[in-house]
Structures are given as structure tokens and as C-alpha cells.
Design a protein around this ligand. Structure first.
Ligand SMILES: C[S@@+](CC[C@H](N)C(=O)[O-])C[C@H]1O[C@@H](n2cnc3c(N)ncnc32)[C@H](O)[C@@H]1O
Length: 291
């Protein structure tokens, strides 16, 4: 990957101009359905609600990354964002425990640069189950799964050996629950792009492997993370983290402090989105309103 700091600077300078997504990538959104319009807004609106998707597109396009791994892709919105920036030399591996990537058009699903993997991302055996090689030398790790410190820490422990010697770790929603603790503790150069990218927090780490561990073979690194990655243990961890997160989020909702970025209550929607700015799309439609 090219110089990480230079890549981040380039992305931030291009972000204000925004990204326009080609209509064929938006063809699975039903422009008449509020739910779909909400998710389309995450992609197209930019600003504090959804600029992180446009940031991801620009990062893929301008970072010179080879391998990008996405943890948590629900409905495929951020997957479309990454895909839109993908060059021919790049590869995107996207993982979710739920098989519902409803907005992903066939163009993305059938692209040989893209691999969709289903299962708990903490369990590396899911790759083998999908005939996908465990991704090594990851240049960009984008994580947006359960919004808890423990989940993020577990993900780092599992994927750190698989990162390139220098990599970008992009973390959504760092200000939700106790997630920020991970960002604050991380001993790497860090950038809080919340103001530019996402109202609930958006953090980026410039991971640099310690000199003494650089240059290890992929086999050696892979063997560091395989032994403890047995399904029951990680599934349990995931369940525990999810249950805890759910409890925290339910409390937030009860206190009317809903900050779920995907909440589709009309009250929250109207706070977050200016739906007039959305491109006009319909099921199977390839039209886009010029802005
Ligand atoms: C907030 S959503 C992702 C949204 C998506 N990144 C976007 O911006 O459009 C979180 C997703 O993480 C998934 N998830 C939660 N825990 C996971 C785990 N341990 N492994 C894989 N996926 C997980 C959930 O199924 C859910 O689809």
C-alpha cells in the first residue's frame, strides 16, 4: 500500500466534493420505500450521517490497498461503497453473520474481486467453509459489527496477525457504548473523523507492526491466530457481546437518546436525513436525478 498518511490526506481533501454512485450500483434500492431511502441516504447523502461510506469509496480508490476486509456489512450498503472504489488489482472480502445483503446488485456478487463470507468474523474457519483463503496481508480492515469494546478488541486480536506490516483500520461508531475505549487505547497514530464522516463516531488507526515482528511469513502469522479460533468459544464471545450491546442499546432507546445509525423511527430519520437530496431510484431502475 502507498504511504498511509498521504492516502488519508488525499481522501480527506476529496471528501467534501462527495461521491456519485453509478445508478447500476443503486438498482436494488426501492426509492419509494422509506427503509430503502434511509439506507440510500447513508450512501448518497454524505455529511455527518453517511459520509463514511463516501470516505470508504475514496479510500479504496486512492489508498493503493491490495486487500480490503469488511467486518459487518448488513444489507450491503458499505460493501457497495467499497466496491465502487475498487480497482482491478484490489480484492474485497466482506463478512457478516447474517445472510441479507439485499442492496448488493449481481454486478457486485458476481465480481471475482469480491468474496462474501457468512459467519462469526471471530472464527477464521468461516473462510474455509466458503472456499475462501484466510485473508492475509490485509491493507484495510473496516469494522462495523457489534458496537462494543470487547468485540473490537477480539476482532483486533484475531485480525492483527493478518494485517500487512502497515495497514488502515477504520472503525465505525466509535462513540457508541464503550467502543471508544479501544480507539483511545490503540498505540497507533489515530484520526477521529467523526465530524466529517459519522455522527456516532468514526475513527481511523494507522496500524504499524513492531519492527521485531515484521517480515514474518504468512504461515507463521496465520498460525498465531488459528489455534484459539474454535467455533464454540468465539460464538459464545459473540453472543455475550451482542447480548450486552443489546441491553445498552435498549436502555438508550428507552431514554429517548436513540443514536443507532440504522434506526428507522421517523423521529430519528427526520433528524438525520434530508431525503430531498436522495437520488431517485426504483427497483431495477437505473435512473439518477442530477443534483
Ligand atoms: C451496523 S451493521 C453493518 C452496517 C454496514 N457496515 C454499513 O455501514 O452499511 C452490523 C452488522 O454486523 C454484523 N455482525 C455482528 N457481529 C458479527 C460478527 N461477530 N461477525 C460477523 N458479522 C457480525 C451484524 O449481523 C450486522 O449485519
Amino acid at each position: 500500500m502507498q504511504d498511509v498518511q498521504a492516502a488519508l490526506t488525499a481522501v480527506m481533501s476529496l471528501l467534501p466534493a462527495g461521491v456519485r454512485y453509478p445508478p447500476e450500483l443503486l438498482s436494488r434500492f426501492d426509492g419509494r420505500a422509506p427503509f430503502d431511502r434511509e439506507h440510500l441516504g447513508y450512501l448518497c447523502n454524505g455529511g455527518e450521517a453517511g459520509a463514511y461510506n463516501q470516505w470508504l469509496t475514496l479510500l479504496a480508490r486512492h489508498s493503493g490497498a491490495g486487500r480490503i476486509v469488511e467486518l459487518g456489512n448488513r444489507y450491503g450498503v458499505s460493501t457497495i461503497a467499497l466496491y465502487c472504489g475498487l480497482k482491478n488489482t484490489q480484492e474485497l472480502i466482506s463478512i457478516d453473520v447474517v445472510q441479507d445483503q439485499r442492496y448488493l446488485p449481481d454486478q457486485v456478487r458476481n465480481d471475482s474481486r469480491v468474496r462474501l463470507v457468512y459467519g462469526d468474523c471471530l472464527n477464521l474457519s468461516i473462510f474455509g467453509l466458503h472456499n475462501v483463503t484466510v485473508p492475509c496481508n490485509i491493507d484495510i480492515l473496516w469494522t462495523d459489527t457489534v458496537h462494543c469494546y470487547s468485540q473490537l478488541k477480539d476482532e483486533f486480536n484475531v485480525y492483527e496477525p493478518l494485517l500487512s506490516d502497515e495497514a488502515i483500520i477504520a472503525i465505525d461508531d466509535i462513540n457508541l457504548n464503550d467502543k471508544r475505549r479501544f480507539f483511545d487505547e490503540a498505540p497507533f497514530a489515530k484520526f477521529d473523523f467523526t465530524r466529517h464522516c459519522h455522527v456516532s463516531g468514526f475513527g481511523v488507526l494507522h496500524y504499524v507492526r513492531p519492527p521485531e515482528n515484521r517480515g514474518e511469513s504468512i504461515d507463521a502469522r496465520e498460525s498465531q491466530c488459528h489455534p484459539e479460533m474454535v467455533a464454540p468459544a468465539s460464538s459464545y464471545r459473540w453472543l455475550r457481546a451482542s447480548t450486552r450491546c443489546l441491553r445498552i442499546l435498549q436502555t438508550e432507546m428507552a431514554q429517548s437518546q436513540c443514536c443507532l445509525p440504522w434506526c428507522s423511527h421517523s423521529r430519528c430519520l427526520s433528524k438525520r436525513f434530508d431525503t430531498r437530496r436522495l437520488p431517485a431510484v426504483g427497483v431495477g431502475s437505473a435512473s439518477e436525478t442530477p443534483q
